[in-house]
Write a protein that binds this ligand. Structure first.
Ligand code: SF4
Length: 415
């Protein structure tokens, strides 16, 4: 049975009322996404006294500033159960406080409700055969039934000063290796982590991702990792996504499928060609350019199938109509688009910038969820193609189609 992610009492609510509450909470979530979130010292201390606590394991991540203090939470679950990434901003009006022995979200001092955190996974502390704790290899959450593994902590685009302007992977590199290691996750340790997450029921979908390696050597790595995961699970294919930069030789896309991955992802990030060139110069120059990227996505649909290929967008850098053009075009070709609330994070070239208003994100997310529906993507396909079910379009799709467990609790007194 899934853990219960909400704290609100819905026993006196109808499903329609729960839907309204979830929409309200979605607006709150979008606002937290753009404002970030702080936590009081008392709340953080109490978290660290709790043996079930598991944190970010990151230096920079999506945070506004570098955290040199105690490990912060990776996410919170809001009162009606929506998951919010913990984007730390110590000046945010949203603060988690320790109140009456529990943790509550507050806004400018007003209590909004009790929240929960992700709990330690059953296999935390277990080590891979090369001696690395599995939780440092992949991050998993029952909420999404998803494990994400970043195979390395660098991207070679930095060598020409062409890394994406919103990305801080290379900034994070020293922080990771300084504190958390390992720098490189071997195919064997990746496979062991996927196995632990799948066998313990924490995840049923794995995403493998990471920076681009010189001479595109990561493409071979993906094949090795896919084969190793299949061997370790004793299967010939598995529910995994290979997240790659578009190859210029499309045979590499076929090889990913043959290595066992169910889905692939090539994240275009921005649709307008000029924005793309300016914001993602390495992708634009090193992966055959925008046209090649789009062709690769269409080719991948031919290999993996309709709804089995994803492209993520960092929304809020280019104007909404441009991003929507991309969503419309790619969705009509069978590509599942996804989008992040842009968090201008520490160590990225955009550090110190601000993202658009929350309503901007809700509007874009709703339009994308509508496109998913119109193009016949089932929630299972969306789950399998995207890196976690916690972004705004997933929430909207689930709210509108009543795919949250909280709907089952509506009008019932809990045992
Ligand atoms: S391709 Fe861009 S987003 Fe991906 S790791 Fe490199 S710099 Fe970051």
């Amino acid at each position: 049975m899934n853990p219960k992610f909400w704290t609100a009492d819905v026993s006196a609510l109808t499903k329609t009322q729960v839907k309204e509450k979830l929409w309200e909470e979605l607006r709150l979530k979008a606002d937290i996404g753009t404002e970030g979130i702080a936590i009081s010292e008392q709340a953080l201390n109490s978290l660290h006294e709790d043996e079930s606590f598991t944190g970010q394991k990151l230096g920079g991540g999506r945070n506004r500033k570098l955290n040199r203090g105690k490990e912060l939470p990776g996410c919170i679950y809001l009162p009606y159960g929506l998951k919010v990434t913990f984007t730390w901003n110590d000046t945010s009006p949203y603060v988690v406080e320790f109140i009456n022995g529990g943790h509550s979200l507050t806004h400018k001092g007003k209590v909004l409700g009790a929240i929960q955190y992700a709990k330690k996974l059953p296999y935390e502390g277990q080590k891979s055969s090369d001696g690395v704790p599995l939780e440092l290899i992949g991050h998993a959450d029952y909420y999404d039934k998803h494990v994400i593994i970043t195979y390395s902590n660098e991207c070679c685009y930095i060598e020409r000063d062409e890394d994406c302007l919103f990305c801080n992977i290379n900034y994070d590199k020293d922080l990771y290796t300084e504190k958390f290691g390992p720098f490189w996750r071997t195919p064997k340790s990746v496979a062991e982590t996927v196995k632990a997450a799948f066998e313990n029921g924490v995840a049923d979908h794995a995403t493998l991702t990471g920076g681009v390696i010189a001479e595109r050597r990561e493409l071979e790595y993906y094949v090795d990792a896919g084969e190793e995961i299949c061997n370790t699970l004793g299967v010939d294919k598995f529910n995994g996504t290979a997240t790659v930069a578009a190859p210029t030789d499309f045979n590499n896309i076929r090889k990913l499928k043959e290595a066992g991955f169910r889905t692939t992802a090539m994240n275009l990030e921005l649709w307008n060609k000029d924005f793309y060139k300016a914001v993602c110069p390495g992708k634009a120059r090193g992966s055959g350019g925008w046209d090649n990227w789009v062709k690769a996505l269409e080719y991948a649909v031919g290999v993996f199938g309709w709804g089995r290929v994803r492209s993520n967008f960092v929304a809020g850098i280019e104007p909404m109509p441009r991003t929507l053009e991309g969503f419309e075009y790619l969705s009509g070709k069978g590509v599942v688009c996804s989008m992040n609330v842009w968090a201008p994070n520490v160590g990225s070239a955009f550090e110190g910038h601000r993202s658009p208003e929350p309503a901007w994100y809700i509007e874009l997310g709703a339009k994308l969820a509508e496109l998913w529906k119109r193009n016949g993507f089932s929630f299972d396909q969306i789950h399998d193609a995207t890196a976690g079910d916690y972004r705004l379009p997933s929430d909207i799709y689930r709210i509108e189609n009543e795919i949250f467990d909280i709907y089952e609790a509506a009008g019932k007194v809990s045992a």
